[in-house]
Design a protein around this ligand. Structure first.
Ligand code: SIN
Length: 563
């Protein structure tokens, strides 16, 4: 990576001694499912501060339509769930991690039931299980068809708010992790220091230092680095960027998952139309009403989502049209009964699902890469843990199986919240940390313009299809933008987010250029086949020009499948 990206350790100048201090045992950054679950667990044995960048009900979790995958039905098995997860991940899943997650899934569902979460049931009161792309079994638990995330948020945030040992800081932006080093401009050196908490900006109280014995990063994904995305505005990759600046290892960042079906209507903000709808029998058709998925995969509309997204792109290229369509007309009134919220949002745009085709298009949806962790959520930096979309532990491989992400948040939030207690006897601050970076004079920057150029560039060149020529152009373009954007010092989240987006965009582009193959969600039109020499994770940290390559441990896979 160009050295400009790796130079600055902190986004702003500060002296820790001069800022207000707050102390806690555990700091959790991120208020979605992973953050809340981690906070609940950690609060069993220590004091916790939980930061939400916006209010705690604005997150990818609260927007999530798709449900929670679990072999919870007695007709299902964890082995079958494991097989579907591994097969969607196209050779890059870590078998041991997949096994641990799918085996824990039924217990996590039972726990939610105990905590009062409402799931869809049939007229006899039995839980109903839906199907989504890549699953060979109906095993997804939903709430109100496609409003699972909102119900999960209600359930977890109620518990979080009632815990005395959890302090919830809404509208609090984490700028940077604190490590015991004193220089703001570090050149190429990598930080090995322990993480001691974070410097934060609270909308009401301004800059603060939160000292913590352990910090859990659960700050969500980076979908907003793309022009077309299903993600809420808060998903600007801050967690990934701040961990990278602190010297943590990040992995698999080239793998950004695109969801095949977002509503393609001006003004609809790329609202997701859940795969659960295809699970209930919706067809994908072209403008003439002809189904096309049989040409691409035997599972048709329920093929893994990388296959469906690429099929749509192919159809659009052939027909020179801008959208394909979801056809739910044959479901009749069942559609509004099963998916009341979706029915409402589609009708808002004057489309009647019982008579009209619904225009859809793929959009960036889920950040598979993230802060590299072990199976307990430990990052490469002592004192720093990561879980949920911010993290990467090899569960998803090269393509996440539908509805495994809320599950991941529950399983790894709990694990990270538990393992942080290994830091219980550690000391944290206050220590003197000085960031003495200076402003380079580059005049006023139109941040809205920088962001929209960056997001369009990513969408056009680092999207569903990629090739070396375009990726190289984007690397150069980002180096140029970085020269006057990253050297600036901003004093509000708009500026900091833009800097984070630039770092994350550059990381994704560089990793996508390095991986000269097509695998899962990463499609290189100049290398259309998967290559055995790329069967592993690409790990990056500050100062590297080439990644550390970590091959998948196949011995584990044999152990798992013969178990
Ligand atoms: C969906 O409802 O289609 C999204 C589910 C997911 O992303 O896992």
């Amino acid at each position: 990576m160009n050295k400009i990206f790796d130079q600055r350790r902190y986004l702003i100048p500060f002296r820790s001694q001069l800022l207000p201090h707050i102390f806690t045992d555990v700091l959790v950054i991120g208020g979605g499912v992973a953050g809340m679950r981690a906070a609940l667990e950690a609060s069993e044995s220590g004091d916790v501060i939980l930061l939400a960048k916006d209010s705690s009900d604005v997150s990818s979790t609260s927007w999530a339509q798709g449900g929670i995958a679990a072999a919870h039905d007695e007709d299902d098995s964890t082995e079958a769930h494991q097989e579907d997860t591994m097969s969607a991940g196209v050779g890059l899943c870590e078998p041991e991690v997949v096994k641990a997650v799918v085996e824990d899934a039924p217990a996590r569902i039972d726990e939610l039931l105990q905590w009062g979460m409402r799931f869809d049931r049939d007229s006899d009161g039995n839980i109903t299980y839906g199907r989504e792309g890549g699953h060979h079994k109906a095993r997804i638990l939903h709430t109100d068809g496609a409003a699972t995330g909102a119900e999960l948020t209600r359930c977890l945030s109620g518990r979080v708010r009632s815990r005395e040992r959890i302090r919830l800081f809404d509208k609090c932006f984490a700028l940077d992790l604190l490590t015991a080093e004193t220089n703001g401009d570090r050149g190429q050196g990598r930080t090995e220091g322990r993480v001691l908490g974070a410097i934060t900006y609270h909308a009401r109280y301004g800059l603060q230092i939160i000292w913590a014995k352990a910090t859990i990063l659960a700050a969500g994904g980076a979908g907003r680095v793309y022009r077309e995305t299903t993600n809420p505005p808060v998903c600007t990759g801050d967690g990934l960027a701040l961990a990278y600046r602190a010297g943590a290892i990040v992995g698999d960042v080239e793998f950004m998952q695109f969801h095949p079906t977002t509503l393609y209507v001006a003004g609809a903000g790329r609202a997701l139309i859940s795969e659960a709808v295809r699970g209930e029998g919706a067809y994908l058709v072209d403008r003439r009403g002809k189904r096309f998925m049989e040409q691409y995969h035997e599972m048709m509309e329920l093929a893994p989502r990388d296959v469906v997204s690429r099929a749509i792109i192919d159809v659009l290229a052939k027909t020179q049209e801008s959208a394909v369509f979801l056809d739910v007309r044959h479901l009749g009134e069942e559609f509004s009964t099963k998916f009341p919220n979706l029915d409402k949002s589609i009708r808002y745009f004057d489309l009647d699902p019982t008579t009209d085709l619904i225009p859809v298009h793929p959009s960036a949806h889920y950040t598979i890469g993230g802060v590299w962790t072990d199976i307990e959520g430990r990052s490469s930096l002592p004192g720093l843990y990561a879980c949920g979309e911010s993290a990467c532990n090899g569960l998803h491989g090269a393509n996440r199986l539908a509805s495994n992400s809320l599950l991941e948040g529950l399983v790894f939030g709990r694990r990270a919240g538990r393992v942080v207690m290994e830091m219980a006897d550690a000391t944290s601050g206050p220590i003197q940390i000085i960031s003495d970076i200076r402003q380079d004079e580059h005049g006023e920057l139109d941040l809205v313009d920088v962001r929209s150029s960056l997001r369009s560039t990513m969408w056009r060149n680092v999207g569903i299809e990629r090739n070396a020529a375009r990726l190289t152009d984007v690397v150069d373009m980002f180096d140029f933008w970085a020269r006057y954007t990253l050297v600036n010092i901003f004093d509000d989240p708009m500026g900091w987010e833009t800097q984070n987006l630039l770092i994350v965009g550059a990381l994704i582009t560089r990793a996508a250029l390095w991986r000269q193959e097509t695998r899962g969600v990463h499609c290189r039109t100049d290398f259309l086949e998967s290559q055995t020499q790329f069967e592993g994770h690409a790990l990056w940290h500050v100062g590297l020009d080439e990644p550390i390559f970590k091959p998948i441990d196949r011995s584990q896979e044999v152990a798992v499948s013969s178990a």
